[in-house]
Write a protein that binds this ligand. Structure first.
Ligand code: 3HC
Length: 373
């Protein structure tokens, strides 16, 4: 199939970003959201992002205008009827996504492919809400979608391999690096990333460090582009809580239970940047967290890094993903300077395993124990 007309349902941060990715690549895009204000917000997200690129002289005003002209926005699902592919980017609520897929199945032409940008929910469950499960896949982008160069393509037992191959080809045409994987909660990146983010908030909740110390630890000692609390604010703390609930329901592990600090912020309406405040207040200009307590930062950095590297080793050992896909996912999906297996290679696997055992013993959390090979 040659893709010409692309639909996007849901115009929040991710939906608007996905609209921009396709429009920049020359596709005609239809963006649909559930209400007038949601459509307006999506339009303004696109305009803001293109405006930033023009200010930075990455795009000319004419190019920006051409990209904008490729997109039409609306509230009516029937606008999507002729789309070759529709990507759903609605909130992480399974009942909402299945309802959207039932509607899409009813209006989109029979040959159309339907994809979900779900962060962690079962693509299989979503596919089964339609009468065309062979034409349903996951196409998982990373925030900000125009910047992060990684996409996970998720197939279910029912996905037609030809459809999966077409979606992979399309993803490559967008300039993205792809990993093709099966359907598991959190896929590659979110399974690893969300446990790391949750661990950071567990450290915060336990009083072992402040949010500034935690963020500065990862920025300064591993050169991460953002600290975990800043990143939670970027993704949306409410979204992160939902992803963790899905992962926790699957693993049953205490370390995957959403940390209290996150749940409380969401209850207070502090969902991160999109609501004006989360761990940080965004009514003022951006703050780069700093802290001079080197020993606290070193301990926090050690604990977050070692637990995360251990998870990467375990993921590869289960056969779910290859080292190269895990490395690409974390580098190109989250902007990390190195993939975890590059870090493990430079530290030596035995020293990572010894540090895992030390962390498990000191914290009393047996889930941090190294795998028995
Ligand atoms: N939309 C579009 N472009 C954006 C953007 C946005 N929201 N934010 C930043 N950019 C662009 C800028 O225009 C700039 O482009 P240029 O290099 O062409 O000039 C580039 O990104 C760098 O931006 P800045 O210089 O303003 O800022 P930073 O250098 O601090 O980078 C960042 C910002 C790209 C957000 C970087 O901090 C980063 O990569 N952070 C990690 C983000 C991450 O981990 N994302 C994955 C989260 S997990 C996920 O999304 C999955 C989901 O299911 C939960």
């Amino acid at each position: 199939m040659s893709f010409k007309q692309i639909g996007v349902v849901g115009l929040g941060i991710m939906g608007a970003g996905i609209v921009e990715v396709f429009a920049r690549a020359g596709y005609a895009v239809t963006g649909v959201a559930e209400s007038g204000p949601a459509v307006t917000a999506g339009q303004s997200n696109l305009a803001k992002s293109l405006g930033r690129a023009v200010t930075k002289e990455k795009l000319t005003q004419d190019e920006s205008d051409e990209i904008t002209a490729r997109v039409i926005f609306g509230e009516d699902f029937s606008l999507l009827a002729n789309c070759d592919l529709v990507i759903e980017a609605a909130p992480e609520i399974l009942s909402l996504k299945t309802q959207i897929f039932r509607q899409l199945d009813a209006v989109v032409k029979p040959a159309g492919i339907l994809a979900t940008n779900t962060s962690s929910l079962s693509v299989t469950d979503i596919a089964h809400a339609t009468n065309r499960p062979a034409q349903v896949v996951g196409m998982h982008f990373f925030n900000p979608a125009p910047v992060q160069k990684f996409v996970e393509v998720i197939s279910t037992a029912k996905s037609d391999p030809k459809v999966v191959a077409q979606i992979a080809e399309l993803g490559t045409s967008l300039g993205k690096h792809l990993a093709q994987i099966s359907d598991q909660p959190g896929f590659i990146v979110n399974k690893l990333l969300l446990r790391y983010l949750n661990h950071a908030v567990q450290i915060l909740d336990s009083g072992q460090g402040t949010k500034e110390q935690i963020d500065a630890a990862m920025r300064e000692l591993s050169n991460y582009p953002m600290g975990p609390c800043e990143l939670l604010d970027l993704i949306g703390i409410d979204t992160c809580v939902e992803i963790l609930k899905t992962i926790h329901a699957d693993t049953g592990l205490e370390i995957d239970k959403p940390a209290v600090g996150m749940v409380e912020l969401v209850a207070a309406g502090h969902k991160g940047r999109k609501s004006g405040a989360g761990f940080y207040d965004y009514s003022q200009s951006a703050q780069i967290p700093t802290d001079s307590n080197e020993s606290v930062k070193k301990q926090i950095h050690n604990d977050l890094l070692i637990a995360y590297l251990g998870d990467c080793i375990a993921m590869e050992a289960t056969g779910y993903a290859a080292k190269s896909d895990i490395d690409s996912g974390m580098r190109l999906g989250c902007g990390l300077p190195q993939g975890p297996f590059e870090v493990i290679d430079s530290m030596g696997i035995e020293s990572v395993r010894a540090a895992q055992a030390e962390l498990a013993q000191r914290s009393g959390v047996t889930d941090y124990q190294p795998l028995a090979f």
